[in-house]
Design a protein around this ligand. Structure first.
Ligand code: ATP
Length: 206
């Protein structure tokens, strides 16, 4: 079984996230993608815009209809800072022999990777699958020379998925909501409905 874990803030989840899950299943040959909203993301110092409960519910709505995608509340249940190494260790301990674990991330995350907790251990726990993000082509790997082992950089290069970049971010979605602009095409309709119903990110204040 090839299982791909997909951690993130999902604050809110958007079409770029959906495209990533599909890429892992279709291009990355994974049997299953498990979306895991973080309780608290280590690198997001300002915290999150929406509560863990709202982000979890929006993730459930966002990944509906993708066969093979599921959402887990494990990091939110664990609480505190969500370290990827803890999540991967827990999966490794709980998975039957023969399970191949991957971790899905966008190429914009690569420059931060050397700062992730126990980064070298991560490479022995999982295979990274990387989805290109606008402005972060494969060449960003060159900036990691010296910070990661050559074999680790090669593993990241091999994990790049050949899919077109999708120019959407949660930051842009939050900004558009605060400015009263349309979210058409940026988030799944069920996510937009949840945001508006709950008045998240300043929606409906203008
Ligand atoms: P924010 O704008 O708040 O920083 P985000 O859009 O980057 O949020 P996250 O939930 O923080 O969304 O991202 C989770 C993971 O998905 C990260 O690895 C990030 O690099 C990746 N990701 C998010 N959006 C895209 C996208 N459009 N293309 C490729 N990767 C993406």
């Amino acid at each position: 079984m090839k299982v791909c874990l997909f951690g993130g803030s999902f604050d809110p989840p958007h079409q770029g996230h959906r495209a990533m899950a599909r890429a892992a299943l279709e291009k990355g040959g994974r049997d299953k993608v498990v979306v895991i909203p973080a309780a608290r993301s280590p690198l997001k110092e300002k915290g999150h815009g929406a509560s863990p409960e709202d982000r979890l519910e929006m993730a459930r709505l966002a990944f509906q209809g993708i066969d093979g995608a599921e959402v887990s509340d494990e990091e939110i249940r664990r609480g505190g800072i969500s370290w990827t190494v803890d999540t991967l260790r827990a999966w490794k301990a709980a998975s039957p022999a023969g399970t191949e674990l991957s971790w899905l991330l966008g190429s914009d995350s690569l420059p931060h990777l050397p700062k992730w907790k126990d980064v070298h251990r991560l490479f022995s726990l999982c295979r990274f699958l990387v989805v290109p993000r606008p402005g972060f082509p494969k060449e960003v790997l060159e900036t990691l020379e010296g910070a990661l082992e050559p074999g680790e950089i090669q593993a990241l290069e091999e994990g790049f998925l050949d899919v077109p970049p999708v120019p959407v971010s949660s930051t842009e979605v939050r900004r558009r909501l605060a400015e009263g602009l349309s979210l058409e095409g940026l988030v799944p309709p069920a996510v937009e409905e949840w945001i508006r119903k709950r008045g998240l990110y300043g929606a409906g204040r203008r």
